[in-house]
Write a protein that binds this ligand. Structure first.
Ligand code: ZN
Length: 252
């Protein structure tokens, strides 16, 4: 298992916490981290597999060399929105040769199983992939863990808990959300009008469940998701796998 932090340079807490606790990890974007910026030239987590020539694309190729294909990746993030923590799994993880033949993502099955062992209650399935398939976890098998607000005092506790839970490997009951669209950027409020900010992340507004609404790094309003019935209540790994297959079928 390979731990990654600081893919976004301004998400400083996971990096500092891993250093402080002497937990080995790969620093995603060293130059942006030094500059306290999200990125230098391009969002590193949106450039995997692209053919650009800039700092991030060079770094992307270095990271793919550093992280062997057969390793599981735990990729830690924080955000600027007001939200509970959550785990992200993507719709197009790297597929195994047998999956390629059958057209079914075996990796996806394992990844949902992994997500359930983090102890984080909310798992977000990025069917509508906002990174357009160019995130790290589109190129390596793994999960992204969004630990909380950049400045939250809970980040250390959560990060350590996630690593301990994954080590134990016991699957937990989760709430599963499927992202299917984007919330458009809200128009600038007219003079005298209050800024509209009705969304509460992970709480349905009747039409959709907002995720990362109010995130400053986005040029749109956030993500639209719907809840998937939690049919994954496996008490042991074998049972979990069986249920995960069902989820995979539901999603396909
Ligand atoms: Zn991030």
């Amino acid at each position: 298992m390979i731990i990654v932090a600081g893919i976004h340079g301004d998400e400083y807490q996971p990096v500092r916490i891993l250093e402080k606790n002497k937990i080995p990890f790969v620093l995603g974007n060293p130059r942006a981290y030094q500059m306290k910026k999200r990125f230098v030239e391009q969002d590193l987590n949106g450039c995997f597999g692209t053919k650009n020539e800039n700092y991030e694309s060079v770094r992307m190729r270095e990271l793919l060399k550093k992280i062997p294909k057969n390793e599981m990746v735990i990729d830690f993030h924080t955000f600027s929105a007001t939200s509970e923590p959550f785990v992200v799994i993507v719709d197009s993880p790297p597929v195994s040769p047998s999956a390629r033949r059958g057209g079914r993502s075996e990796a996806g099955i394992t990844l949902l199983g992994l997500a359930k062992t983090t102890g984080i209650k909310r798992v977000v399935y990025m069917k509508h992939n906002i990174k357009k398939g160019h995130a790290l976890i589109n190129y390596r098998n793994g999960i992204s863990v969004e630990l909380g607000h950049h400045d939250s005092k809970m980040i250390e506790k959560r990060l350590i808990k996630v690593l301990k839970s994954i080590t134990k490997g016991k699957p937990h009951k989760i709430n599963l959300y499927e992202v299917y669209g984007k919330i458009p950027a809200s128009p600038k409020p007219k003079r005298g009008e209050k800024e509209k900010d009705d969304y509460i992340n992970f709480k349905s507004n009747g039409e959709f469940i907002p995720i990362l609404a109010g995130e400053k790094a986005y040029n749109f309003g956030g993500l639209k998701a719907r809840e998937k019935r939690d049919i994954i209540k496996g008490r042991n790994e074998k049972e979990t796998r069986k249920h995960s297959v069902i989820v995979d079928l539901v999603f396909s």
